[in-house]
Design a protein around this ligand. Structure first.
Ligand code: IMP
Ligand code: MG
Length: 175
């Protein structure tokens, strides 16, 4: 018996890897200059790590920074408030920034981060691994989306429920 026995696979490792390569190609086509990846912690850490490698294979030399934002606080329903737990360390002025998050749901998290970085003078592109349509509270569309998924609570590949399941190499649904 393993810890993940109650999780069914929604998107497997091979599909994730193939989509990451495609997204990296899409981003490379925009010809970014001095690309800075800003990954929103914690949920996007695994996606960001894999996308960094895919961007390398697509011929880019991205740098990386992390911003730790929180809005969920152990619940499976968004509180609607975004809190900065850790900010980026570099000056983002005049830089092409690729802002990465795990899931675009209400849009509050990515809109908050995008506005913050844009106010500091960055040119911000957004990229979300997953998108749940029909749940938007803020009008924002990601420039790059990995997969559009049904309105189910997903875990794995960096995403958690109450801090567990982030280690799963696939995206799953808890039964
Ligand atoms: P938004 O701010 O409502 O767009 O929510 C985005 C954030 O909510 C993501 O970064 C996740 O941390 C979290 N989230 C939304 N849906 C899920 C889910 O199905 N599983 C795990 N986290 C989720
Ligand atoms: Mg998150």
């Amino acid at each position: 018996m393993t810890q993940e026995r109650n999780v069914s696979v929604l998107i497997d490792e091979a599909k994730i890897a193939a989509r990451n390569s495609e997204i990296a190609q899409e981003i490379a086509k925009t010809n970014p200059k001095g690309l800075l990846v800003v990954a929103i912690l914690k949920g996007s850490f695994m996606f960001a790590a894999d996308l960094m490698r895919a961007l390398h294979h697509a011929g880019l030399m991205p740098q990386v920074e992390f911003m730790h934002l929180s809005s969920y606080r152990d619940a499976t329903v968004s509180s609607g408030q975004v809190v900065i737990l850790k900010d980026v360390e570099s000056d983002v002025r005049d830089r092409d920034v690729l802002l990465i998050d795990d899931i675009l749901e209400s849009g509050r998290t990515i809109a908050f981060a995008k506005d913050l970085l844009a106010a500091r003078g960055a040119r911000v592109m957004t990229c979300c691994l997953l998108e749940k349509p029909g749940k938007r509270a803020v009008s924002i569309a990601a420039d790059h989306v990995g997969f559009v998924i049904p309105d189910k609570f997903v875990v794995g590949y960096g995403m958690d429920v109450a801090h567990s399941y982030r280690q799963l190499p696939f995206i799953g649904v808890v039964e």
